[in-house]
Design a protein around this ligand. Structure first.
Ligand SMILES: [Zn+2]
Ligand SMILES: [Zn+2]
Length: 102
């Protein structure tokens, strides 16, 4: 049986609990090492690696500002910066806007 364990995060130095359930999960996955980081540091790293994904820089079709998108923009499709995209989403409820697909 597993028991909750308190470990020290090597990233932020805080104690965190390696729960019995997580230990079971680790064993099921065949991981031999205990987690080195607390959940929030792991989440932060995950988010950071997501952010490091290749981004394509293009020009917003609406305001002309630089827009970064996680997909290769197609010439026949307008691309919007996150601000304009958010604005369009807001108005989507009243108008049928074209859905941008990847
Ligand atoms: Zn941490
Ligand atoms: Zn824009």
């Amino acid at each position: 049986m597993f028991e909750d364990k308190t470990l020290i995060c090597k990233e932020c130095g805080q104690e965190f609990v390696f729960t019995a359930g997580e230990q079971e999960f680790y064993e099921a996955k065949g991981f031999v090492n205990e987690p080195q980081r607390c959940k929030s540091c792991r989440d932060a790293r995950k988010a950071a690696s997501k952010a490091n994904r290749e981004m394509f820089v293009t020009v917003c079709a609406s305001c002309g500002a630089e827009a970064k998108v996680p997909f290769k923009p197609r010439e026949d499709r307008p691309v919007y910066c996150s601000e304009c995209f958010a604005k369009m989403k807001e108005s989507e409820e009243t108008e049928e806007a074209e859905v941008i697909e990847e």
